[in-house]
Design a binder for this molecule. Structure first.
Ligand code: ARG
Length: 722
């Protein structure tokens, strides 16, 4: 009884404070800082004006911060455009540059001079030029259109006009219009992309990924999760494709680095590119996310990862080949697990249902509001409930059948089927998807370099069986009939036959097949199955589309209503891969009764976790020597210990990886790389008591670069304050 009472009280306190002006919660848009945040920030001790952070006429902090490789953030830390990001953000690039003989993932790498900086083909960084509110132009155009199709068309037309005008005759600027607050507001983002990026250095994985998947999403943490790159430009400082004549880019702004360290309660701000949050998610979607999306991900990835992990442990070549794929998969798998656990622990479903009740009461209390918002939640609910089965099946296709490498590679490397031009999804509700074409192209050597047939055979057998067990018989793709008729229902026999007869198992066989009669490839069993899988998957995706309009219009109304209900409060839009700022402080936390987690970890903890028998916890000999000798140079804390990672209560999500953590003056103190286990539900509800950002202390980064990596010469181009 008591417990229930407490539960209810706890709930109502949370509801009352939700959305109120809190320093820790919020991914704020840069042009609105003056209006929404400056006062609170200076009250907390920040010494920066809104214009120090974002100014379109003068250089400001935003000019030192980059969208890195599409999914991460990075910052410029020297006058010669040295770029700092996470090890896990550089991971794919470092792996591509590695071979078993020159394994930069395993051994680390630091260029000893500019000539040794390695061109990172395909990697780009994006600068933010400016961001403009275009809500009026876009909504005027869309309001004039009648049905959803016409509205999408109107959106495309008006955004083409706006972006063309913004770019003008610049050869280098790009612009796009993004939706905010569930299509209630629109902003145009103007940016510039540089594509000659070179790899400067990174520690070995035993530092950059210390703790591996075991420690991922966890505190206390001891990972030196950083890597360094450099931006090159043509002689006019403009973007250019790789050329040995290119020179280091001259940045408008680079971050000053503070060696002063961090203390409990110090102000800390982060600027970067958070990918996606769903802070307006309804209880219906919370249920769907946990019971459908996360559940399927957890189940399927658990099976697939078990197989891949065993092969990685058994063979260093496979470990290198699959390390990046594995890390990506395991990261989401663990996030789904943690999210479901935290949903339950923090009563996320119940809290959302309670908020919806308050909203509904507010709506019906006034006839105008009832007219405007009466359908909002009902539409969301109907769409989510209506799509339940489709969502489950298509999730299963995506997680299971689409992750068999042979069949999906066959559809990309084999003869292409003519496709009707797909309708752009860049419109309202879409994140501004890029054209579909590139997706179907694949470079054969890139694929085969990281492909191990034996592993894929095991994965295929397990996932084809799992899919048959979990998906209704009427929703299985056609190749299951082949399994039944030609292989008496024996999946193993079917898979063995497919792998022994397909030409897609190696680059040599593929080349030979391409040189011969191409028609023969049409009957290749892997291509047949691959096309079968993608056609069925497409069918379910199209059916899901039907619910999208209803969902989007319900969500748009719900968010509009919430904004009206909370008018006067500072409210931020969901993350959508545009640049944001979050401010808060260095802060410990209590994960459970009687336990307090300190806000900082040190090299002592690395030594405590050391386990030479487990490659996730191996400590390199040289690091041990430095530790024994206490050879920490200018990077040690006052008490002589070597800092590694720290906590702050900033509000970040995936995409923020690599973001600069800055002190009250905007000096760099660390690089954000993770969230703690308790923040796995933070994409939906931010929980100030428990959720923390985990960052590498800049002193550890520089110590590893200098003392461990022997790249102290890089300090000469940086600006350090002590
Ligand atoms: N959890 C981190 C994030 O998504 C990524 C950490 C990568 N490290 C790893 N061991 N997989 O931001």
């Amino acid at each position: 009884m008591n417990f229930r009472r407490f539960g209810l009280m706890f709930l109502s306190v949370l509801i009352l404070t939700a959305g109120s002006l809190r320093a820790d919660e919020g991914m704020w848009m840069l042009p609105l800082i003056q209006k929404l945040n400056s006062k609170t920030m200076s009250g907390m001790g920040f010494k920066l004006s809104a214009k120090d952070i974002y100014d379109i006429n003068n250089s400001s902090l935003k000019d030192a911060i980059l969208h890195f490789g599409g999914g991460c953030t990075a910052e410029i830390i020297s006058k010669d455009a040295l770029v700092l990001t996470n090890h896990h953000c550089g991971f794919g690039t470092i792996q591509k540059l590695s071979t078993v003989d020159h394994d930069y993932l395993q051994n680390g790498y630091f260029a000893k001079n500019r000539d040794e900086e390695l061109p990172a083909k395909g990697l780009t960084v994006i600068f933010l030029d400016r961001i403009e509110d275009v809500t009026k132009a876009v909504t005027d155009a869309m309001d004039a259109a009648k049905d959803p199709k016409a509205k999408e068309e109107a959106f495309r037309t008006v955004s083409d006009q706006l972006t063309a005008k913004a770019v003008g005759d610049s050869k280098f600027l790009r612009a796009r219009v993004s939706s905010f607050f569930g299509d209630n507001q629109y902003y145009m983002v103007v940016s510039k992309t540089y594509s000659d990026i070179r790899f400067v250095g990174a520690p070995p994985a035993s530092i950059g990924k210390f703790g591996g998947e075991t420690d991922n999403w966890m505190w206390p943490r001891h990972t030196g999760d950083f890597s360094m790159f450099r931006i090159y430009a043509d002689k006019d400082n403009n973007p250019a494709e790789y050329s040995k004549d290119n020179v280091p880019y001259k940045p408008k702004k680079f971050l000053t680095i503070s060696l002063k360290g961090v203390n409990q309660n110090d102000p800390a701000m982060i600027i970067g590119y958070p990918g996606r949050t769903n802070r307006f998610m309804t209880s219906y979607e919370v249920k769907e996310t946990s019971e459908v999306s996360n559940a399927v991900t957890i189940l399927v990835r658990g099976v697939r990862q078990g197989i891949i992990w065993a092969d990685m442990e058994a063979d260093p070549k496979v470990r290198l080949q699959y390390s990046s794929k594995y890390a990506g998969s395991a990261n989401s798998w663990k996030k789904s697990l943690g999210m479901n656990e935290t949903f339950a622990k923090l009563k996320v479903y119940e809290r959302r249902a309670a908020e919806e009740k308050i909203f509904s009461e507010w709506v019906v209390a006034n006839p105008t509001r009832a007219e405007k918002y009466g359908k909002a939640l009902a539409d969301v609910k109907a769409a989510i409930e209506g799509r339940a089965k489709l969502q489950y099946i298509s999730r299963f296709y995506m997680e299971a059948l689409s992750s068999i490498e042979l069949t999906s590679a066959a559809t990309r490397l084999g003869p292409q089927v003519e496709r009707a031009p797909r309708e752009g999804r860049g419109g309202p509700g879409g994140a501004g998807a890029a054209g579909g074409r590139g997706f179907f192209q694949m470079n054969p050597s890139d694929f085969y370099k990281d492909y191990n047939v034996a592993t894929d055979i095991k994965v295929a057998k397990a996932l084809i069986k799992l899919f048959r067990d979990k998906v209704p018989a009427s929703d299985l793709p056609n190749f299951y009939k082949t399994i039944d008729t030609n292989f008496a229902g024996n999946v193993d026999a079917y898979v063995d036959n497919m792998f022994s007869t397909s030409v897609f198992t190696s680059e040599e066989k593929l080349k030979a097949a391409q040189a011969g009669d191409k028609k023969l490839m049409e009957s290749d069993p892997a291509l047949v199955a691959g096309r079968d899988i993608s056609a069925s998957f497409m069918k379910y995706s199209m059916e899901l589309e039907k619910y999208r309009t209803q969902y989007a219009s319900g969500q748009k109304l719900y968010i509009a209503g919430m904004l009206e209900m909370k008018a006067g409060q500072a409210i931020y839009p969901d993350a959508n891969s545009t640049m944001r700022m979050t401010y808060g402080r260095i802060l410990n936390y209590s994960p459970k009764d009687g336990v307090i987690y300190d806000y900082i970890t040190t090299l002592d903890g690395v030594m405590q976790k050391e386990n030479p028998k487990n490659y996730e916890f191996t400590v390199p000999a040289k690091l041990k020597e430095l530790y024994e000798a206490k050879d920490f140079g200018q990077y040690a804390m006052k008490d002589g210990r070597m800092p590694v990672a720290f906590l702050s209560n900033n509000d970040i999500t995936g995409g923020n990886s690599g973001s600069p953590v800055m002190n009250a003056k905007g000096e760099l103190i660390g690089t954000a790389f993770d969230g703690n286990w308790e923040s796995m539900s933070s994409d939906i509800i931010f929980e100030p008591l428990l959720q923390r950002t985990i960052s590498v202390d800049i002193r550890y980064t520089l110590f590893i670069m200098d003392k461990f990596g022997g790249a102290g010469y890089l300090l000469n181009e940086m600006k350090l304050v002590k």
